[in-house]
Design a protein around this ligand. Sequence first.
Ligand code: B4P
Length: 190
Amino acid sequence: MLNIVLFGPPGAGKGTQSEILIKDYNLIHLSTGDILRQEINNETELGLKAKQLMDKGILVPNNVVIGMINSQLNNNLAVNGFIFDGFPRTTEQAVALDNLLKKKNTSISAMISLKVDDHELIKRLLERGKSSGRPDDQSKEIISNRINEYNIKTAPLKSFYDKQKRLYEVNGLGSIDDIKNRINTVINNL
Ligand code: B4P
């Protein structure tokens, strides 16, 4: 199986590149952000709780997202592999993911980390906010909260995967096509 963690700060292009990768490599896209937004749209109990945190740019609790990923893995058994987009975001989530995949006799093939500077991230997310209607894309303050959450809780995961020789850093600046080609080069050399 090919199991890729697509990593990077908010607005780095994880969702954008995931949509391309699932077609090129016939993978299943698991985006915890998308699953949470679906729960919000369906006004489930989980969605209502998650919304209060997401609207402020704060991560939702680990047990909630780990449970969501567990059920998605169980619903997709005979597949080529997965793109994990926006998951894991904490060390606890990364350890849980390793354990869940181990039970299925598979593991993470690579963490591909998109590198984009804060100025560009804020520009992209404010631009998306004009049409997405996403509350977390509406102000510089909320976007800065998301970047802070990333720097404190999520960025340390790079060393988690680096120690296991599974970290690949990719420049996330440039055209969507350029970045796609950089990611393809990493995957094709695994
Ligand atoms: P997510 O939904 O994961 O979203 P994201 O960080 O906004 O973005 P992504 O990197 O996918 O950006 P995109 O490609 O869309 O998280 C939202 C919230 O959900 C979190 O803050 C948190 O509260 C919660 N959450 C999710 N997962 C969680 C977890 N595991 N644990 C706890 N909480 C969790 O790109 C952004 C924009 O840039 C788009 O408009 C795109 O068109 C543009 N763009 C992309 N590539 C570009 C390029 N090369 N050049 C110019 N623009 C580009």
